[in-house]
Design a protein around this ligand. Structure first.
Ligand SMILES: [Zn+2]
Length: 153
């Protein structure tokens, strides 16, 4: 038996109390975009070293003591981002550059809305939700000083 100050009892007491557990996984990726009908610098094609911050929540823990295994978040949402968003241009579906990118064989993804950090965060949220993960919030860091968060409700 360890001495009392090295033995912590989190079991029955903590588990019986109402609580919310929250885990967060960061997923870095690179993307390009531009915004339509926008007067600032983001109207031109350019890229970002972005970072998705995915937060998941549960009122209780699974048998392993987890909300969700971090590796499952990476396997599901991380893999989707890598396959669909990483190193691609994210464009409004009406962007006039699309025929040219198509002609050049350049990869791109279209959204029915402007590809702002807010909308990209929402897109990532929807992917996590559609895969059955208890996602409650996605933040997209577009630059080291600017981020947008999507949370339903
Ligand atoms: Zn931008």
């Amino acid at each position: 038996m360890p001495p009392d100050d090295l033995a912590y009892a989190l079991g029955p007491t903590a588990a019986a109390a109402p609580a919310t557990y929250r885990v967060t996984k960061e997923i870095p990726f690179c993307y390009g975009h531009r915004l339509l009908d926008y007067a600032g610098k983001c109207r031109h094609l350019h890229g970002h070293n972005g970072r998705a911050v995915v937060t998941l929540e549960a009122a209780g823990l699974d048998a392993l003591g987890m909300v969700v295994d971090f590796s499952d978040v990476k396997r599901v949402i991380g893999a989707w981002i890598e396959e669909h968003l990483d190193h691609r241009m994210l464009l409004h579906r009406d962007d006039p550059v699309i025929p040219e990118l198509t002609r050049l064989g350049e990869p791109f993804v279209t959204l029915d809305v402007n590809p702002t950090a807010e909308n990209i965060a929402r897109l990532i949220y929807q992917q996590g939700e559609s895969h059955g993960l208890p996602v409650v919030e996605v933040t997209l860091w577009e630059t080291p000083t600017s981020f947008a968060t999507y949370r339903p409700g």
